[in-house]
Design a protein around this ligand. Sequence first.
Ligand SMILES: [Fe+2]
Length: 411
Amino acid sequence: MASHAQTVPSSDLAARLFATRKLTLELAAPLSDADATIQPFPDASPAKWHLAHTTWFFETFVLRDHVPGYRVFDERWAYLFNSYYEAEGPRHARPRRGMLSRPSLDEVRAYRAHVDEALDRALSALPSAALELVELGIHHEQQHQELFLTDILATFAENPLEPAYGELPPLTCFAVEPLTWHRGREGIVEIGGPAEGFAFDAERPRHRVFLSGHEIANRRITNREWREFIDDGGYRTPTLWLSEAWDWVQREDIGAPLYWHEDGTEFTLGGRREVDRAAPVAHISYYEADAFARWAGARLPTEAEWEDFGASADPAIGNQLYRAGAVIPSPKGGVFGEVWEWTKSAFASYPGFAPATGAVGEYNGKFMCGQFVLKGASCATPRGHSRASYRNFFPPQARWQFTGLRLARDA
Ligand SMILES: [Fe+2]
């Protein structure tokens, strides 16, 4: 039927789907079953769970719902690998994911193969609504590839043997440019996801916002500058901190980015190494980013200021990609890459926001409370996954992602 015409070229979709599925397996290649089973803290998930949950997403929303006669791999597993979809019924408690010594990593790999074969057989005959869910499933799995890496970093950071995930080069190997200020546009501008092509529901609709006079920094804040903040007593000066942030600093005894040690080293996916002072600071919370900006006599950018600034940059250039231990470094001065950048904007719906229909309507909308938007991309973001309108989001105390900051100021 003409109304079901495919809007996405299926050959390109198939190629991207199976490249994405393959990359996830490659990311898991260095891990033992035990590595892949640990849940280092309640907000992080075991590697094995990421491999299975991304597969459950395709099995449920594409194969079960759109492919007549599809046989579910194991009907007990939906309870294990449904993340947060209330419409899909009850599920295993998130903080208990690390208890799943069964199924084994090999059984999860067999699950992936079963679903991939079924997707391969079904893809050419899928209606356009199902193809859109395949597209969403690709972007969903890419999000989990990044979480896979940040969760493995958190897992290995718990082990006194300090295992390295891979032989990874430093986060950045480029000399740092002097910090300069870019005069942002003032007046009415448009932000939000493009009308054509893929974007998450939370990025739409594209709409107008007003930007006051402002300037935005040309680059991210470095570890060297973060060290100056520490040495100047930044973590011990209550007037720099929001009230709940100061409570958090004291309660959690925070005094440096998450993986820093007192001897000037930090734990990374490549193991313990000297803090690279030229690299952008990473693994800081919104609370810390906000306090640093106040200490520096500046503020965090709003998401609209960041997006208007980043819209002219090419996200595909700046992104790096961890691929089984190899990193493609970003060019000097790239706007996208290395670390996600906290903005001062709360994650909330845009005017006219409409969640996607069906169970996937729970994808973003129900998380629009108590979280802040991050822009850009990180060293763990798959190449091509981000864009200027992308709205990553985390609670203000979260630090285990590759999160940093760029300054802005009123002008
Ligand atoms: Fe998910």
